[in-house]
Ligand binder design. Sequence first.
Ligand code: MG
Ligand code: MG
Length: 263
Amino acid sequence: MSKIIYKSAEEIELIRESALLVSRTHAEIAKVIAPGVTTIELDRLAETFIRDNGGIPTFLNYGGFPYSLCISLNDQVVHGFPGKYTLVEGDLVSVDCGATLNGFVGDSAYTFAIGEVSDDVKKLMRVTKECLYLGIEKAVVGMRIGDIGHAVQEHAEKNGFGVVKELVGHGVGVKLHEKPEVPNYGKRGAGIKLEEGMVIAIEPMINAGRAGVKFWDDGWTVSTVDKKPSAHYEHTIAVGKGKADILSTFEFVDNVLKEKNNN
Ligand code: MG
Ligand code: MG
């Protein structure tokens, strides 16, 4: 059983650099993502951008995963393969990205709407993002892992959505997946205590319908059992005193999308 890898302040700054590279990669994707673009093009763009900036795409060859991005469409929850699929108006696209820079790993996911999506899908995106930040609010010294999951689950279920239980957030920084597991469900005050030096990826995976998922024969792709859409947002954060330090950011990607919508 591996142990939690606690990080020094200096190491947290290095993880921030990696997480910011991931955040900037999401912004590059935002610039081009549109109807007519294939998902493999997004993967190539991400790999090139990460390498041009001195990084390594963390997901590529991780446990045999064959791409730099996980691209999960519509009813796919996570770990989808980029490929020949051409995006169309109304698609919901979750893009998960990891980058290793100077030996440290950042991990962040963002869900994109392609053109106009239904009001139900817009609500799913908004609530999933809210779940992420509600979870992050609990990632402070003295709280417990269950407080994070409880906050995420309560908000999702209050809105009539299903919380994926089979996949969880995780410690991150030296490796992509470290201890502890960070479930998106839980009980207040339950689980291990959060302490300084812990860096975790909080990543709600929220389904528009039922919580259940199925695992594909490709060994990776996960989709909803009821074929309804799913959204996924993720930040790498450092547990802080009174307040979490969010190491990745959606500022870059949101700015690009805002700019696009104004044109
Ligand atoms: Mg991720
Ligand atoms: Mg992750």
